[in-house]
Ligand binder design. Structure first.
Ligand code: TRP
Length: 337
């Protein structure tokens, strides 16, 4: 059987945190070492412009995210690792897809509808206040990312399922008009990947500003872990690990025996301070080798750039001939002489 193409993108806003690591990066890196897959992982830098109009932030985030993946051991001999903006064919495809996408489909996008709902909730006269066309048509750019490489599987979080369904719809529409060019992609939602809780006990997310950056220096990591909110139970009180942020993070890193042992310590009434120390020691030991590679890479950005250039070369070896085929298909080509 030929290899399955697995593709996913990371929007380049923000610094990778523990939640990104266990929810997305760790499983993707594991898949990059599996010879049954052809993985395509990319920095979605054009997606970043939808939400972030600060050039330095976009640049810094692209660098940090690329360094993170490489530091964690992404196998770039198997995976194609690239910047979306280095593959201009994606932008061309975005337009071709835009012209077969029903506006009504975009009206139904959750991301857009949530912004309109916010405006209505805040009593704005204009329901579209602050909404740019990038946000409105963002599922089309995402469809182009996926269809450009005919991805079979797209690992994403639950919030992105609708976008994969839209990519299927758009692919089907294009195929119906112009012939079979695209594979219909499927979302993979891994039920086993952990959702981490953040400093305040809500889901760890950059939109809640409650994250623990993955490669925070040791002292800062310690400080952040000490800031995690706990209840007011005293040392010696038996504690419940359910919905406990400290436990949720520990569980995402430790093996089953270690988790069982800590569960036992909760029943015996471990003090919160002691649990914080235990969690810090564990995570710190776990991330230390990769953190060292990360710091080295950040000092040597030319190595990161070389890797991305190499990824772009591999990606374009596919996208350039494919866009040619697609241009022909839609009737854009030189005059036949
Ligand atoms: N929109 C995705 C997110 O915010 C990132 C992304 C962009 C993506 N293009 C993609 C994910 C293509 C999967 C496939 O998480």
């Amino acid at each position: 059987m030929s290899k399955q193409t697995v593709l996913t993108g990371i929007t380049t806003t923000g610094t990778p945190h523990l939640g990104n690591y266990v929810g997305a990066i760790r499983p993707a890196i594991a898949a990059s070492k599996d010879a049954n897959f052809a993985p395509f992982y990319f920095l979605a830098d054009y997606h970043a412009l939808i939400k972030c109009h600060e050039p330095e932030k976009v640049r810094q985030s692209s660098l940090e995210i690329a360094a993170t993946w490489l530091a964690l051991g992404l196998d770039t001999s198997n995976a194609v690792f690239y910047r979306q903006s280095d593959v201009p064919e994606i932008m061309e495809l975005t337009w071709m897809l835009t012209c077969v996408t029903a506006k009504g489909l975009m009206n139904r996008s959750h991301a857009y509808k949530a912004s309109v709902a916010d405006n209505e909730h805040n009593g704005e006269n204009d329901p579209d206040k602050g909404i740019n066309m990038g946000l409105f048509s963002y599922p089309i750019l995402m469809a182009a990312d996926i269809l450009m490489f005919n991805a079979h599987k797209v690992p994403v979080g639950k919030d992105q399922i609708q976008h994969i369904e839209m990519a299927r719809d758009i692919a089907g529409r294009f195929n119906h008009i112009y012939g079979e060019h695209f594979v219909l992609p499927e979302a993979i939602i891994d039920a086993n990947t952990a959702t981490l809780l953040g400093l305040d006990g809500r889901k760890m997310s950059k939109s809640y500003n409650n994250t623990i950056p993955l490669f925070e220096p040791e002292k800062k990591l310690k400080k952040l872990i000490n800031k995690i909110k706990t209840n007011s139970q005293e040392p010696g009180d038996p504690k419940d690990p359910t919905d406990c942020t400290l436990f949720s993070i520990y569980q995402a890193f430790a093996n089953a025996d270690e988790v069982a042992a800590v569960r036992q310590r909760y029943a015996e009434g471990i003090a919160w301070g002691e649990m914080k120390q235990l969690l810090f020691d564990y995570i710190n030991a776990h991330v230390a080798p990769a953190r060292e590679r990360y710091d080295d890479l950040m000092q040597n950005p030319q190595h990161i750039e070389e890797q991305l250039q190499e990824g772009a070369r591999k990606a374009r070896a596919i996208s350039a001939p494919f866009i040619k085929e697609l241009r022909e298909a839609v009737g854009i080509s030189r005059i036949a002489l």
